[in-house]
Ligand binder design. Structure first.
Ligand code: ARG
Length: 454
């Protein structure tokens, strides 16, 4: 047998591809990861072929048995992936033919690798999205636990990284819980587009053979079939959607990482990261570095890059399948791995992080942080807001130039009641609007989160 004819598509070729071409075009070195889905979709396809009489029941059963045996071999690490067989699909099909002979050669009836790979990625991604959803929940649990354990700790809230107004540390943790909730929502919604089965679309134009596509879809737990064969094999918008959601989630993770890095510095000292989640310096013996948080922040780069890579790869493609699309996998796999690892390590690290109440509260004790509350006080007395803002601004300037505490000047100018404004606990308790950080509100929010995350 000539070498070229051994390949599944070798019939029309008189010579096999050059070695460099084999190495350049193969994808099995990374798409082997799709094997559980490839086997599941092949078993479903075989059942479908049997249902419409293109295979006998016995042939379909033999194929299923053969595929399951191959799956066990792969799991046990005994399967030899052959780059000459290009990709995961042809490796498994070739192994099946070796194993069961003639019946194996019928498996690819009414199927193309184009609808096969479109199906496999959807199935694979469905499982990974479920894992991401769980990992987000895990991180939210850590955030809420940290909030609950430090519910009354006051710290300065920042805008422009300048101390702005006092807030509760717990409120800041719940701010991140909210961001990750929206990520959870986006990932959850993205599942919808993964519940359509492309099998039966063929290479691009379906098949002349009669199929029962809905039956095949049901075998895979998919509710619907795709409605247009050309669309089914040629779009990867669901990959882009995942990468986009991962990029947004990575942006949130990176901001959380940045706050952790900042708050754990000697300058801030608000938190202490557990030793197990920090690393030392090879030169400076005293160093304890927040490398885990830094890597989470740094890995955001690839989450963005992977999104751009696939968007760019797809943008000029004519209908329908083009080999460019094989380039969807490495970015997708990398984003899934990176995102899951980042979410999980972040959750663990927060579980090993201590909040330093005294440092937080010392930083929040500057009465200047309650200058806005003095404005509110004057507004309650009937002064128009703009006037009050100006008056307090002038008082702040006076406090700075005469080095007099603001509360003292406020008492002198507006009476004892104005001085009382500078009690942080009172100031927080007064922030009762929905979403504001009164301890009562935050406790109610923690209770809501705990219910949601149960
Ligand atoms: N390995 C290929 C990919 O991931 C499978 C589809 C190949 N189809 C083809 N007509 N060459 O895109």
């Amino acid at each position: 047998m000539k070498k070229s004819t051994q390949r599944t598509w070798g019939g029309r070729f008189s010579a096999g591809p050059a070695d460099a071409v084999k190495a350049f075009t193969e994808s099995v070195s990374f798409d082997w990861r799709l094997y559980p889905q490839d086997i599941a979709s092949s078993i479903a396809h075989a059942k479908g072929l049997a249902k419409v009489g293109l295979l006998t029941k016995a042939e379909a059963a033999k194929i299923a048995r053969g595929l399951r045996a191959i799956e066990r071999e792969i799991k046990a690490g005994k399967f030899k992936w052959d780059p000459a067989c290009e990709d995961v699909h042809m490796n498994i099909e070739a192994a099946l033919v070796r194993k069961i002979g003639a019946a194996g050669k019928k498996l690819h009836t009414a199927r193309s690798r184009n609808d096969q790979v479109a199906t496999d990625i959807r199935l694979w991604l469905r499982g990974e999205v479920m894992r991401v959803l769980e990992a987000i929940r895990g991180l939210q649990k850590s955030l809420v636990a940290l909030a609950e354990n430090n519910v009354n700790v006051v710290m300065p809230g920042y805008t422009h990284l300048q101390r702005a107004q006092p807030v509760l540390f717990s409120h800041a943790m719940l701010a991140y819980a909210e961001m990750f909730e929206r990520d959870h929502h986006r990932f959850g919604l993205s599942l919808l587009s993964l519940f359509r089965c492309p099998l039966g679309s063929g290479a691009l134009a379906g098949t002349t053979l009669k199929l029962d596509r809905a039956y095949v879809a049901r075998q895979l737990g998919l509710a619907l079939v795709t409605d247009n064969s050309m669309d089914a094999v040629s779009d990867r918008d669901f990959v882009v959607a995942f990468l986009s959601n991962a990029a947004i989630c990575g942006m949130h993770l990176s901001r959380l990482a940045e706050d952790i890095i900042l708050w754990s510095t000697a300058e801030f000292g608000f938190i202490t990261i557990g030793d197990g989640y920090t690393t030392g310096s090879s030169l400076m013996p005293q160093k304890k570095n927040p490398d885990v948080a830094e890597l989470v922040r740094g890995k955001t780069g690839r989450l963005y890059g992977n999104l751009l890579a696939v968007l760019t790869m797809m943008k000029g493609l004519p209908l329908t399948y083009n080999r460019d699309m094989q380039e969807d996998k490495e970015p997708l796999f990398d984003s899934v791995d990176t995102l899951l690892a980042s979410l999980r390590v972040m959750a663990d690290m927060l579980g090993h992080t201590k909040v330093n109440r005294a440092r937080c509260e010392a930083a929040a004790s500057d009465p200047m942080l309650l200058a806005t509350d003095l404005v509110d006080f004057l507004v309650k007395r009937g002064m128009p807001f703009r006037e009050a803002h100006h008056a307090v601004g002038a008082l702040v300037a006076e406090a700075e130039s005469t080095r007099t505490p603001l509360p003292k000047l406020a008492t002198k100018k507006y009476g004892a009641a104005a001085g009382k404004v500078f009690d942080v606990q009172r100031a927080l308790a007064a922030r009762t609007a929905i979403g504001a950080p009164s301890p009562k509100n935050v406790k109610a929010q923690i209770a809501r989160w705990k219910k949601l995350l149960k």
